[in-house]
Design a protein around this ligand. Structure first.
Ligand code: CA
Ligand code: CA
Ligand code: CA
Ligand code: CA
Length: 500
């Protein structure tokens, strides 16, 4: 019995092996269908011309089955939508002497006008023809394949729709008298694969600091463009590495290959830095702090669609301390520590080329002035001996502009050995550890120059600049590091927003 079983098994294995070989040999000549989507949308009575391409099948015969009934044997097919809404299944088969291939297609027929759209791309909508000339139309999403979309300006004549996910979305326009019309939108992934990570660096200029000319590395003769390219080699893509923004005001500007959708109620993107929590803060019940070096974030939408941040439409991400630090949990501690806790909305700081750069440390190293009548010197420490002034800058002084945040650093040892830089609650880069929810940014925090919500459907560009001006003893100046950024929706990460 035992030997027969073994023998049977051998036969079985041999048969299976032969079968798999035959299958593999045939793979190359089975018909291959292309040129058909899996999903279509149509309005009632509309016709759709379907023209598939079939390869590897010179002798193929074709069959079109609509809802299980054979409709045609031609190479192309015209689908005529019936006069009632509904979903239909169309099957296209190509059979040849060597094998058979089929494509199953779902066609949704609705009463609204169909629109084909791409993921992560803003789609402007117009008033449907049947409602033209009617004022005060309101727009609503009434059916959606996912929650990762945004309908913005829904109470205007120019609403905009964007979705981070493929699928079908139905948008209704309603007049004050209750008339209705709308669009059915089919969102597909484009042919070009989109990346959730930074795709381009446009500009980089750090303010003087201890890692300037090192991260990224400046080589004698490098121009501004060379340094921007080096910054890109650090920041673009999934495996980004760190760059420094230097002292207060130092910045980097980058972009994505798509528009990051501003999903309602969700944070939309995150910027990586190297923030971490203190492991041995001697202060009992201290709020979160450690190495938190908040960088202020600006965002822009590529309105003229040329792929460059030239629209001059930058909006400020209103981080928790952009107007005042009074609501930060460490505020009283910072006041008691005699920190400069003022917040300047229109701060300017000018750094001068150092006269002496040949030794280290230097106490009175880089002379600076600000637009508040203050002046002083930045220190060169003993650990970093290279010049702290950007090597590719020809001018003898550089001025930076922006918001200056309150000083969040406290020497918790009282003797200069243990500085804790406390985190602002939300809205910055390099302020909370990477991957933490609090490092996520909600595009709905964006405000315009008057401080009003910007109501952006999405953004294409980000500018980040160091927000704190502070010397932390042996640690050196507070200077934000940036180590890449990504679209949270595209990576399937869901972080709820917080509102004050
Ligand atoms: Ca959002
Ligand atoms: Ca542009
Ligand atoms: Ca730093
Ligand atoms: Ca940092």
């Amino acid at each position: 019995m035992k030997s027969i079983n073994k023998y049977t098994l051998y036969i079985l294995l041999a048969v299976l092996f032969a079968a798999s070989c035959t299958k593999e040999a045939e793979v190359g000549i089975v018909p291959v269908i292309s040129g058909l989507e899996s999903e279509y949308i149509a309005t009632v009575k509309q016709t759709l011309e379907l023209k598939p391409t079939v390869e590897n099948a010179p002798d193929a015969t074709y069959t079109w089955l609509l809802n299980g009934v054979e409709e045609s044997t031609a190479a192309t097919y015209t689908f005529t939508a019936p006069s009632v809404a509904g979903t239909h299944t169309l099957v296209f088969r190509a059979a040849s002497s060597s094998g058979m291939a089929q494509k199953v297609i779902s066609i949704e027929v609705g009463n609204f006008t169909p629109i084909n759209a791409l993921t992560n791309t803003v789609l402007p909508l117009e008033t449907p023809r049947s409602l033209e000339g009617i004022q005060n139309i309101e727009w609503q999403v009434i059916k959606a394949s996912s929650d990762l979309y945004r309908l913005e300006y829904s109470e205007t004549e120019v609403p905009q729709f964007i979705s981070a996910k493929t699928g079908r979305y139905t948008i209704k326009a309603i007049t004050p008298d209750g008339l209705e019309d709308g669009y059915m939108i089919l969102v597909r992934a484009g042919e070009k694969v989109q990346s959730p990570y930074i795709s381009h660096v446009f500009d980089y200029l750090p303010a003087p600091g201890q890692f300037v000319n090192k991260l990224p590395k400046y080589d004698e003769g490098d121009t501004h463009d060379d340094m921007v390219a080096k910054t890109a080699s650090h920041l673009v893509g999934e495996n980004a590495t760190m760059i420094t923004l230097g002292g207060w005001g130092g910045y980097v500007t980058f972009g994505f290959d798509h528009t990051i959708a501003n999903v309602s109620g969700k944070r939309d993107f995150t910027i990586n830095g190297n923030a971490f929590g203190a492991a041995a803060n001697p202060r009992p019940d201290a709020p979160f702090g450690g190495s938190c070096e908040p960088a202020v974030i600006m965002v822009a939408y590529d309105k003229n669609k040329n792929g460059k941040p030239d629209d001059n439409e930058w909006y400020e991400i209103k981080g928790s301390g952009n107007f005042t630090a009074e609501n930060e949990s460490w505020y009283e501690m910072a006041v008691n520590n005699k920190n400069d806790v003022r917040t300047f909305r229109d701060y300017e700081m000018t750094f001068y080329r150092p006269v002496n750069d040949d030794e280290a440390p230097i106490k009175n190293y880089i002379y600076w002035t600000d637009n508040q009548g203050q002046e002083g010197y930045k220190v060169k420490n003993g650990f970093h001996k290279q010049s702290y002034y950007p090597g590719w800058i020809k001018e003898d002084k550089i001025t930076y502009k922006g918001i200056r945040l309150a000083d969040n650093g406290i020497d918790e040892s009282g003797q200069g050995s243990y500085y804790v830089l406390y985190a602002f609650r939300y809205g910055y880069a390099d302020n909370y550890p990477n991957h933490s929810e609090n490092a996520g940014i909600d595009i709905d925090w964006a405000i315009d120059k008057e401080g009003k919500p910007a109501n952006l459907p999405g953004i294409d560009f980000v500018k980040v600049y160091n927000g704190v001006d502070k010397e932390n003893g042996w640690l050196g100046e507070a200077s934000a590091e940036i180590a890449g950024a990504y679209d949270l929706h595209m990576r399937g990460i869901s972080f709820n927003t917080i509102k004050e």
